[in-house]
Design a protein around this ligand. Sequence first.
Ligand code: NDP
Length: 327
Amino acid sequence: MALICLCFTGTDGEPVPGHFRVEEAIVGPFLKEGQVLVRTLFLSVDPYMRCRMNEDTGAEYLAPWGLSECVDGGGIGVVELSRCDGLSVDDMVTSFNWHWQTQCLMDEKLLQKVEPQLVDGHISYFLGAVGMPGLTALLGVREKGHVTDGANQTMVVSGAAGACGSVAGQIGRVDGCTRVVGICGSDEKCRVLVEDLGFSAAVNYRQGDVATALRESCPNGVDVYFDNVGGPISDAVIAQMNNDGHVILCGQISQYNKDALQSKNITRERFMVLNYMEKHEAGIIQLSQWVREGQIKARQTLLYFAVAFCSMMKGGNIGKQIIKISD
Ligand code: NDP
């Protein structure tokens, strides 16, 4: 089975399952030298995929999905046949270029081997808290956040109940922020943040005034802001930031309040997880250790194929949105 992209959506269009089709696909016929046959276990859906539904993705490093072609993205699975020296049958492998097929042929150079014991067998964590979103949170906080243990800092995270945000807030707590406050889009997400993930407080941006709720949740102002969303939510947070604060610009570029940033000497630097490839291996080890020790909880939401992507874009997920393909 393969998931096929049927149309481009234009910059404003909302993705719906009808933009995709599931087809029977024939794999093969032959395994070439340097290739493996993999069985897909889990697929990742991520916000950047929305850009791949435009003819012009807006980013040099992102190619649009081809019309009538199988879509691809982050995935993880198990090797079933191998004609590679470096990979054997039953190895677990992951890739950013995984075809959304139940089985597919892949080149060895596109695959990385993963060790299931790093996640106590919870393989899908490699697409979430112990994968790219976890690294984004870890390296974003460590490289741009300037969190200092004992400095009585307050961190705010927008998109806080999502894949990156839920881990970023927990790392803020582990690294020594006195208060960590999440902003997200439902009461259920707020409850998970505070009761399950150890956030100090949470604000539902769909209810009431964000600025008022933030003032109550952050009585000492905001020192570090992990920004996943931009726009009016970020304007409200930045307005309450203390002098010499830091914005970790992880998510979409927003219309922000330049005056406040300048007059308070707040740094606001764009962060790209792919610019820190040399730190990924150590980051994965650190994240897996925290998750196994229970210091960081890995939340995820499991759904099937195109429904999962469309749901995530509307906030249907708590933690990392994952697609389960096979056991
Ligand atoms: P999430 O798991 O957070 O899923 C997306 C979430 O965004 C939804 O659940 C929804 O939650 C929220 N959302 C959707 N529309 C809006 C809106 N208009 N205003 C506010 N919130 C909205 O995704 P990820 O954790 O994978 O990604 C989070 C951000 O980080 C994205 O912007 C992504 O592009 C970026 N990113 C950046 C990387 C980098 O290297 N800089 C790497 C990876 C991701 P809710 O219910 O709260 O609205």
